[in-house]
Design a binder for this molecule. Structure first.
Ligand code: FAD
Length: 476
């Protein structure tokens, strides 16, 4: 249980014994998994990059149960790995050694949806897509949307400050999360569950939990501001000759579509082949292009939106910015096109091993890393593709190198170069996926020494024994 699979040493935590397990059983009845085969899937992350060997998965239903579990673990120095839908992409959601897994999948009560204010209050284990479906009955929707929506939990979304496909229009979770309830490492319940839009009574402590990746406390409830479901949705799918053209189209879309611009995604040709070749999905037109853009509009008036889209499309065609394009209005066509984008993470896994980087860069440099890395990795026979795609409208590229299997030689060619490159351009080495287990030693490329010190002081304040998600987020 204490062997080192990774270059980190196991902390000085207790090894789980029968008395510990009995305590959990008494508290949770049968909501505990100790069978090694059943524990297996909770120990491996979605992209199968990180794996732990926990022998105990706990599934509380209430905040009080979470509180009792943490108080006990804190007292007995048992390390805990908080886990939602386990779709995180930086290895934060699985144990590194034998940490007890506290999984929120049974915390899925929706307490209230207020159709007038648009405020949703629910438990942390609600699945994002279930919330979206429940809100639809009130004419509302979740302010965030990701390819993992069928699996990820709202608590996990808040803990990672997830971005996703609609951030351009609806902002990030620091804006839309109105309040949280969280449990500290010692079991203390912190009620920050405000449902108010305005509340300037001192520090906004909820923000500490948004993006804290399970190292400061366990989020148990969330209050979130949800926008009305748009009555008119249109999606333009475009083929373009170069990144220069992409930037011009982005500028035009911002100008012509204004407040209805909801999403602006970019996919390069090599990435698109993951969808067409690995996943056998079909492009809406037969030819391939160097770049593809998905531009979605959300509005309340079909005629008004169509007028805006017509002006936009006429303008980009007149200026010869695109090589091909279609405008999809039917929900089924829109869904099919989005599959090309949303299933990329799944498609990349079929290449074998994927080195994934989630980077923010100034917009002019959004794509510059890809050709630089293609050059740097040329000649390495195990590399399958070096490519980029992502949230162009937010300046957030997902840069990927895929190969048949993990290779130290390839890793050394990529890291730390990719972080140095990003840092020189004052970008962020983690735009939306977080730091997790994979990136703590690189945090300094994006955070000043002073802010790292404050992060560590906050960790000590919230979790003095360091039982919550050890080995993650904070640099060693
Ligand atoms: P988990 O993966 O279970 O956990 C993530 C982190 O949060 C871990 O550190 C965990 O310890 C912590 N955590 C989980 N629940 C809690 C809690 N209740 N309290 C405290 N800490 C907790 N991410 C994006 O930002 N944008 C995208 O567009 C996007 N697309 C994706 C597409 C696919 C196909 C996949 C597989 C992933 C994608 N992701 C994306 C990454 C992932 O879905 C998000 O990070 C998501 O928010 C994780 O939620 P989860 O419930 O799965 O959390």
């Amino acid at each position: 249980l204490t062997k080192n699979r990774y270059p980190v040493n196991r902390g000085d935590y207790a090894i789980l014994n029968d008395n510990h397990v009995q305590f959990f059983k008494n508290l949770l009845d049968n909501r505990i998994i100790t069978d090694p085969d059943e524990c297996e899937s909770y120990n491996i992350d979605w992209i199968k990059n990180v794996r732990g060997y926990s022998t105990c998965v706990l599934k509380p239903k209430t905040t009080e149960e979470v509180s009792k579990i943490l108080a006990f673990c804190n007292e007995n120095r048992i390390a805990v790995c908080p886990q939602g839908g386990n779709t995180g992409l930086v290895g934060g959601s699985v144990p590194v050694f034998d940490e007890v897994i506290l999984n929120t999948s049974l915390m899925r009560t929706i307490y209230n949806i207020n159709g007038t204010s648009g405020v949703l209050i629910c438990q942390a284990g609600c699945v994002l897509e279930d919330l979206d479906n429940a809100l639809a009955e009130h004419g509302l929707m979740m302010p965030l949307d990701l390819g993992a929506k069928g699996l990820c939990h709202i608590g996990g979304n808040v803990a990672t400050n997830a971005g996703g496909l609609r951030l351009l229009r609806y902002g990030n979770l620091h804006g839309s999360v109105l309040g949280v309830e969280a449990v500290k490492a010692d079991g203390q319940i912190i009620d920050l569950l405000s449902a108010l839009k305005k509340d300037n009574t001192g520090f906004h402590l909820k923000h500490l939990f948004i993006g804290s990746e399970g190292v400061l406390g366990i989020i148990t409830k969330v209050a979130i501001q949800c926008p009305p479901k748009p009555l008119a949705i249109n999606l333009a799918f475009l083929g373009l000759p170069s990144f220069k053209h992409v930037l011009k189209v982005l500028k035009q879309a911002k100008r012509d579509l204004g407040e209805i611009l909801a999403s602006c995604e970019l996919i390069d040709q090599s990435t698109m082949r993951v969808s067409t070749e690995n996943l056998k999905l079909r492009l809406p037109f037969p030819e391939e292009y160097p770049f593809y853009m998905l531009i979605e509009s959300h509005g309340s008036n079909t005629v008004h939106d169509e007028e805006k889209l017509t002006v936009f499309l006429e303008e980009i065609m007149k200026n010869e910015l695109i090589l091909n394009g279609i405008l999809a209005k039917a929900p089924s066509t829109i869904r099919k096109i989005w599959e090309l984008r949303e299933r990329l993470t799944e498609g990349f896994v079929l290449d074998g091993y994927v080195f994934k980087y989630d980077i923010s860069l100034p917009i002019e440099n959004f794509y510059s890393l890809v050709p630089v890395m293609q050059e740097r990795l040329s000649g390495l026979k195990d590399v399958i593709r070096v490519s980029g795609y992502g949230h162009l409208g937010d300046g957030n590229i997902h840069f990927q190198v895929s190969c048949r299997e993990f290779s130290q030689e390839i890793l050394q060619k990529i890291e730390p170069f990719v972080y140095e490159y990003t840092s020189k351009l004052r970008g962020s080495i983690s735009a939306e996926h977080g730091i997790g287990f994979r990136k703590p030693k690189y945090v300094h490329y994006s955070k000043s020494p002073e802010s790292i010190v404050i992060m560590k002081q906050l960790k000590t304040l919230f979790d003095p024994k360091g039982i919550l998600n050890p080995y993650k987020v904070l640099p060693p």
